[in-house]
Design a protein around this ligand. Structure first.
Ligand code: GAP
Length: 454
C-alpha cells in the first residue's frame, strides 16, 4: 500500500461529488445558477448525519439548550433592528473593462476577467471603480402588492429568529440563564464572489445556537463554546493539523460582536473560516427591545433584571461537509490497483455498511445476503450490492466512504459466518451472521481517528 502525496484540489472533490451523486450544480440542465447546489442521495445522507450529530451534541445530550424552528421570512423590521438593512454589506468594485464585479476586500483571491492569471487591477487594462457598499440580503415581496410596503427579506442568518423569540422561549422552556436556543435552517446571501464549491453558497443550511448568559459570565462561556466546538470536530475525526483557532482583530469583527474567534479548516483553497464563535454581547436583545417595544430581558426570582449577553457558535452544514470530504479524501495503490477512499468517521459516512453476496447467482448466498440486508436496514443506512465483480463493488463503497462491507461467501453456506472488511485497513475477519447487527451497533459507538497523516 502506498500513500499518494498529491496535493488535494477542490476540483478533485467536486468531481468525486458529481461522480458519486453527493452534490450536483443546481438547475444544471438550464446552465445552473451561480453558487447554488443540489444534494443527491449520498449528500443528503451525509448532511442528515451532520445535522443530527450537531443536534445531539447541542440539544439532546444537554439540559440547558432547547430547539427552535423559526420562519425564513420575518417581519422586515427585524432586519432593520438587527442592523442588517444598513450594515450587512460587502464593499464592491466594478471593472469598467471586463464588466466584472469583485469584493474590494478580496481582490487578492479574485481573477482578472481578461487575464485570469492576474488579480483585478494588476493589468494596465484593468479600470476599477471606487468601492461601493452592496447589501447581501435577497429581497422579496409578501402579499399581492409589489411595492415598498410589501418588501421583505430572505433571512441571511437564523440567529435573528431566535432573538425575536427570546421572550416566548424564556417563559415557556422553564430555563434560566445560562441557557441556549438552537436552530437549524436555510439562510440566503447574495454573495458577490461566490465559488469554491460548497464553501460560499447563496443558499446554505446554517446551524446556530444562541447561548444567553449573565454578562459577567460571558468571557468564560465564550472560551467554553470555542473549546466545545473544536472538540466536536476532533471527535468526529477531523485531523487536528487541519483545524486551528483564529481570533478576529477588532477591525474585522461584525457590527454586533464584542469578540469573535473562527475555527478555521485547511481547505484546498487555504485556511478559511469553518465556524465562527462570537460574543454578541447584549446587542441583539437591546436592539429588538428598542425597536419592538417588547422588553427582552431576564428577571431573576429576586427581581434583578438584566439583558443577557449572547455567545453564538454558528456554522453551515455545507462548510462542515466540505471540510469532512476534504479531510477524508485519499488515494492509494493496493497491490497494483489504485483506489479512491473517503476515510470518513463511521458516524458521518452516508452508508454504514454494504452487504455483498460473493456470487450473486448462487441462491444460498443471494438469499442470506438479502436477509441480512433486510435485517440491518431497519436500524442503519446500509446498501445491498450484487452487481459486478467483488473488487469493483468494494471500490464503489470505498469511494462513498462506507466503513464496512459484509460479504456472504462459500464459507457462509457451511458455518453461517460472513467476512467483514474494514475500509481503512482492508483487514478482514469473520463474524457469525447472527451477530452482525450487534457488531455494527457496538462498533459505531467506538472512537475513531483518521489513519491519514497528510
Ligand atoms: N449568525 C452569525 C453569522 O451568520 P457568519 O460568520 O456570517 O455569522 C456563520 O456565518 C457561519 O455560516 C460561517 O462560519 C459559515 O460556516 C456559514 N456561512 C456563512 N456564509 C456562508 C455561505 N455563503 N456559504 C456557506 N456557508 C456560509
Amino acid at each position: 500500500m502506498t500513500e499518494s502525496a498529491k496535493p488535494l484540489t477542490m476540483d478533485t472533490i467536486v468531481s468525486l461529488c458529481r461522480r458519486r451523486g453527493f452534490v450536483f450544480p443546481s438547475s444544471e440542465i438550464y446552465g445552473g445558477i451561480g453558487s447554488t447546489y443540489d444534494y443527491g442521495h449520498y449528500g443528503v445522507l451525509t448532511k442528515n448525519n451532520i445535522r443530527s450529530l450537531w443536534f445531539r451534541a447541542m440539544v439532546q445530550e444537554r439540559d440547558d439548550i432547547v430547539a427552535l424552528d423559526s420562519a425564513i421570512i420575518l417581519n422586515p423590521r427585524v432586519w432593520e433592528a438587527s442592523g442588517h438593512v444598513a450594515g450587512f454589506t460587502d464593499p464592491l468594485v466594478d471593472c469598467r473593462t471586463c464588466k466584472l464585479r469583485f469584493r474590494a476586500d478580496q481582490l487578492e483571491l479574485s481573477s482578472c476577467g481578461r487575464k485570469p492569471s492576474k488579480r483585478p487591477g494588476e493589468t494596465p487594462e484593468c479600470d476599477l471603480t471606487e468601492p461601493r457598499q452592496f447589501n447581501l440580503m435577497f429581497e422579496t415581496h409578501v402579499g399581492a402588492l409589489m411595492d415598498e410596503s410589501s418588501l421583505a427579506y430572505l433571512r441571511p442568518e437564523t440567529a435573528q429568529g431566535i432573538f425575536v423569540n427570546f421572550k416566548n422561549v424564556a417563559q415557556l422552556a422553564r430555563r434560566k440563564p445560562p441557557f441556549g436556543i438552537a436552530q437549524v435552517g436555510k439562510s440566503f446571501r447574495n454573495e458577490i464572489t461566490p465559488g469554491n464549491f460548497l464553501f460560499r453558497l447563496r443558499e446554505f443550511e446554517q446551524m446556530e445556537m444562541e447561548f444567553f448568559v449573565p454578562p459577567a459570565e460571558a468571557d468564560e462561556w465564550f472560551g467554553y463554546w470555542l473549546d466545545a466546538r473544536r472538540r466536536w470536530y476532533l471527535d468526529l475525526g477531523l485531523r487536528a493539523e487541519n483545524l486551528r483557532v483564529r481570533e478576529h482583530a477588532a477591525e474585522e469583527r461584525s457590527h454586533y460582536s464584542l469578540a469573535t474567534s473562527d475555527l478555521e479548516y485547511l481547505y484546498p483553497i487555504g485556511w478559511q473560516e469553518l465556524e465562527g464563535v462570537a460574543n454578541r454581547g447584549d446587542y441583539d436583545l437591546t436592539q429588538h427591545t428598542r425597536e419592538s417595544g417588547t422588553k427582552l430581558e431576564w428577571i431573576d426570582p429576586d427581581g434583578t433584571r438584566y439583558t443577557p449577553y449572547v455567545i453564538e457558535p454558528a456554522v453551515s452544514i455545507d462548510r462542515i461537509m466540505l471540510a469532512f470530504l476534504c479531510d477524508a479524501y485519499d488515494e492509494e495503490v493496493v497491490g497494483d490497483r489504485e483506489r479512491v477512499v473517503l476515510r470518513l468517521h463511521p458516524r458521518v459516512a452516508p452508508v454504514k455498511a454494504a452487504i455483498l453476496p460473493l456470487v450473486p447467482r448462487d441462491e444460498g448466498m443471494a438469499s442470506r445476503a438479502r436477509a441480512l440486508y433486510e435485517e440491518l436496514r431497519l436500524h442503519h443506512a446500509v446498501e445491498h450490492d450484487d452487481s459486478g465483480q467483488i473488487g469493483r463493488r468494494y471500490r464503489r463503497q470505498d469511494e462513498i466512504g462506507t466503513p464496512w462491507a459484509f460479504t456472504v461467501d462459500e464459507q457462509t453456506l457451511e458455518d453461517e459466518t460472513v467476512t467483514v472488511r474494514d475500509r481503512d485497513s482492508l483487514a478482514q475477519e469473520r463474524l457469525p451472521i447472527g451477530g452482525v447487527r450487534q457488531w455494527l451497533d457496538d462498533t459505531l459507538q467506538q472512537d475513531w481517528s483518521s489513519p491519514q497523516s497528510r
